[in-house]
Design a protein around this ligand. Structure first.
Ligand code: ADP
Ligand code: F6P
Length: 318
């Protein structure tokens, strides 16, 4: 059989490890694999590369995606999706693996609906994809943020300052919650819960009164602008506050061991399912087991934030 793999949407550390697993598992099973370049954009443009065993040498440890990625507006329309289907048929592709986030999986669902055998593989640092406990890239991102928080804590405590740390997550507080707990944040603001500024200010003042001289406040970008939170704390408390926006540093760098293992397992499982003739499902990891979930369920179900974990951060940072 001939398989193709696409990495699409926001890049996530571990995407390369996943492509490596897809290539090696396919060749192990005597199938051929093609890499589509620059996501759905490359599909429409007809850009692809044959992937042999050696083409994925050394990529297990690299962040980003060597297949590149892109956002492709024409693929949002039926016409673009039909062009994608036609391209895959022209190439004689028997099955496609889509490695990406929610938007990419919606594209995968469209191709499945047009008769292309498709398997989805969740990869997004936001970890907001239903059907898997972890998406590829999340563990690396929260480790990146935690390392940054450790560094910020050194200077925050030396100068007795408050730091507002803005992290990624336009619609998801997963990075903020996990790294907030791991980095010892005093307050975590997430998009899924209305921001309670009064509670935040009260906490800061109370902890100062008890002798705590510095605080780390983690803000997911979708909850509030870090700049606004910083100005507000300054105005309300009179303390010295600094802002750091971690931005895309969160998304880069070598994947953690956890992300490499997850990517290897999900990629391998995806190939096995395609070879068995399965389509329209996303592979995932739930409670220590590899699972599948129909992609239409994945993209139409909201993944709830772990509010208990967020609560833990608040208790432990008193
Ligand atoms: P992510 O996969 O990280 O969520 P995007 O939301 O940007 O990233 O989606 C990546 C690409 O997937 C888009 O540029 C577009 O080509 C395709 N896509 C997104 N949403 C849809 C949709 N509803 N239907 C078909 N394709 C989509
Ligand atoms: O990968 C998801 C994500 O990191 C979001 O948290 C963030 O808002 C967005 O992508 C930014 O991506 P870009 O700068 O590529 O548009």
């Amino acid at each position: 059989m001939q398989f193709a793999v696409i990495t699409s949407g926001g890049d996530a550390p571990g995407m390369n490890a996943c492509v490596r697993a897809i290539v090696r598992q396919s060749i192990y099973m005597h199938h051929e694999v093609w890499g589509v370049l620059r996501g759905y954009h490359g599909l429409l443009e007809g850009h692809r590369r044959r992937l042999g065993l050696g083409s994925v040498a050394d990529v297990i440890k690299t962040g980003g995606t060597f297949l590149r990625t892109a956002r492709c507006l024409p693929f949002l329309n039926e016409e673009g999706q039909e062009m994608g289907r036609d391209r895959l048929r022209e190439w004689g592709i028997d099955g496609l693996l889509v490695v990406g986030g929610d938007g990419s999986l919606r594209g995968a669902l469209a191709l499945h609906g047009l008769g292309i055998p498709v398997i989805g593989i969740p990869a997004s640092i936001d970890n907001d994809i239903y059907g898997t406990d972890y998406a590829i890239g999340f563990d690396t991102a929260i480790n990146n943020v935690t390392q940054s928080m450790d560094k910020i804590r050194d200077t925050a405590s030396s100068h007795e300052r408050i730091f507002v740390i803005e992290v990624m997550g336009r619609e998801s507080g997963a990075i903020a919650i996990a790294s907030g707990v791991a980095g010892g944040a005093e307050t975590i603001l997430i998009p899924e819960v209305p921001v309670n500024y009064r509670a935040m200010i009260t906490r800061i003042k109370r902890s100062r009164a008890r002798g705590k001289r510095h605080s780390l406040i983690v803000v997911a970008e979708g909850a509030a602008a870090g700049e606004d939170v910083t100005r507000l704390i300054e105005a309300e408390t009179g303390y010295e506050v600094r802002l750091i926006i971690l931005g895309h540093t969160q998304r880069g760098g070598p994947p953690t061991a956890m992300d490499r293992i997850l990517a290897s397992q999900l990629g391998t499982y995806g190939v096995q399912l395609l070879a068995e003739g399965k389509s329209g499902v996303m592979v995932g990891w739930q409670h220590g087991t590899l699972v599948t979930t129909p992609i239409d369920v994945v993209v139409n179900t909201r993944k709830d934030p772990d509010l208990e974990l967020a609560q833990l951060a608040s208790i432990l940072s008193i």
